[in-house]
Design a protein around this ligand. Structure first.
Ligand code: EPZ
Length: 426
């Protein structure tokens, strides 16, 4: 089990290049299943989850030519329509192969993703949407078996999905992405109502449109997709990672300093930037750079997570870390996942004063955290613990950092370059 050792107390200064967005790269890689042509993706992040998704696609027969920061996928020889449990259990985003497989081949066998640390995270909305489009789905032995009966206007072994109007009871990011990909090859028009508006959904839509899909309204809560017979190859550059961007900005706001993000996008971080200014940071945006200066103890800021464009749940833990040493008290309310406070008990080990009542946490800022050994439980919680380690007095050891490697490219190298004292212990 790898660990990070962090000596707290250093300010962060300098430039950091933001990597491609994990949560855009994962669905867009699955779009490679929708065509027999080549899909070339640039600005790919070097992440564990990306490697897992690539292996999952390759075991289906997709070829993947990897170059530094890029991959060229080709779905010409897909011969296995299955996502096995061994791969899905380590990465829930594997559910994103379901829509494309059913859309192009009329069938799929995908393991139900188990729950995870932050919540049960069912996929009932993904399944309901595909059923509305004509797929017959049954669950057995922990697998989703989907099939489109023949006679749905297709000459292939199985039938073809039909466009439908689908209303999401809950806003679901990967639910929206799965059904948008399925609808791209369906017969007729699909309208997704109460769709997710996240920028990663928009990036996927841009890639699908480049492949010949007919999609309108991505980024709004109503997306209309007119299915086509075939999609062709394309080239697409993955958007910058807004959560990695936010994580570095919060780290600098907590530790103090002057950092500049390169290859970032401020327009998709407005809510986070406003909260950082409320905490007392000075933010300056120029094109694709975001500069943050913090020369004072942060002020505590309240956050309430909600679907985009409101405050992102993936930034909740990081702001909680900043609030532990902020001036004043703050309340953090998590409305998306039912168990996304796993970082609280770890922060308490560093001396943080946090009370939790249901989905609300009240944090009373203290002057100083004391370094200790703590344990990461999920991806964003591990980023929170790294931020806490940066500001704690003395040494903090963060254990189980494989969670961190799933979603942050070379984080200790990037933080060291900004002046942090951080090293990986084998
Ligand atoms: C995506 O997860 C992200 N992952 C998550 O990022 C992010 O936290 C989440 O969206 C919310 O923004 C990827 O994009 C790969 P949801 P997703 O479906 O799509 C419930 C990270 O740290 N729900 O939007 O799985 C669900 O339980 C990860 O990078 C159903 O009930 O989230 C949750 O409470 C963590 N039934 C809420 O909706 C469904 O069929 C939102 O989930 C689907 C979802």
């Amino acid at each position: 089990m790898q660990k990070l050792a962090i000596q707290g107390g250093n300010r962060l200064n300098g430039e950091v290049r933001i990597s491609g967005a994990k949560n855009a790269a994962l669905p867009i890689m699955c779009a490679g299943l929708l065509t027999a042509d080549e899909l070339r993706l640039d600005n790919m992040p070097d992440l564990h989850d990306v490697a897992t998704m690539r292996k999952l696609l390759e075991q289906m027969g997709v070829t993947a030519a990897v170059e530094p920061g890029a991959v060229t996928l080709c779905g010409a020889k897909v011969d296995k329509l299955e996502a096995p449990y061994e791969m899905v259990k380590t990465m829930r985003a594997a559910i994103l192969v379901l829509g494309p497989l059913v859309a192009r081949f009329g069938e799929a066998r995908v393991s139900l993703p188990g729950g995870c640390a932050i919540g049960s995270r069912p996929v009932d909305l993904h399944i309901k949407g595909l059923q509305a489009m004509g797929a017959q789905i049954h669950i057995e032995h922990g697998y989703i078996h989907a099939q489109v009966p023949r006679g749905n206007g297709s000459s292939k072994g199985c039938g073809r999905l039909k466009g439908a109007r689908i209303f999401f009871d809950l806003v679901s990011v990967t639910g929206t992405e799965n059904l948008m990909m399925a609808a791209a090859l369906a017969d007729g028009v699909t309208v997704l109502e109460n769709a997710a508006r996240e920028p990663e959904v928009v990036d996927l839509a841009h890639c699908l449109i480049a492949m010949g899909a007919k999609i309108e309204g991505a980024g709004s809560d109503t997306i209309s997709i007119t299915g086509v017979e075939k999609l062709h190859g394309a080239s697409h550059r993955i958007m910058p990672d807004r959560i990695e961007s936010g994580t570095f900005l919060v780290a600098a706001a907590a530790a103090g300093g002057d950092i500049t993000l390169i290859d970032a996008r401020a327009d998709i971080l407005e809510n986070v930037l406003e909260k950082l200014q409320e905490a007392g940071a000075a933010i300056h945006v120029a094109g694709s750079t975001i500069n943050l200066k913090m020369n004072q103890r942060p002020k505590a800021v309240n956050v309430r997570t909600s679907p985009y464009p409101a405050f992102p749940t993936d930034m909740q833990a990081q702001f909680m870390a900043m609030n532990t040493i902020a001036e004043g008290s703050a309340i953090v309310i998590e409305t998306i996942f039912e168990n996304r406070f796993m970082h609280v008990q770890e922060l308490r080990r560093l001396g943080a004063q946090i009370d939790v009542e249901g989905n609300a946490a009240v944090i009373k800022g203290c002057a100083q955290l004391e370094g200790a050994t703590i344990m990461a439980t999920d991806l964003r919680a591990s980023a929170c613990l790294v931020i806490a380690g940066l500001v704690a007095q003395g040494e903090t050891i963060v254990d189980r950092i494989y969670h961190l490697d799933r979603g942050y490219e070379h984080i200790e190298a990037k933080l060291s370059a900004l002046g942090a004292q951080i090293r990986r212990l084998k």
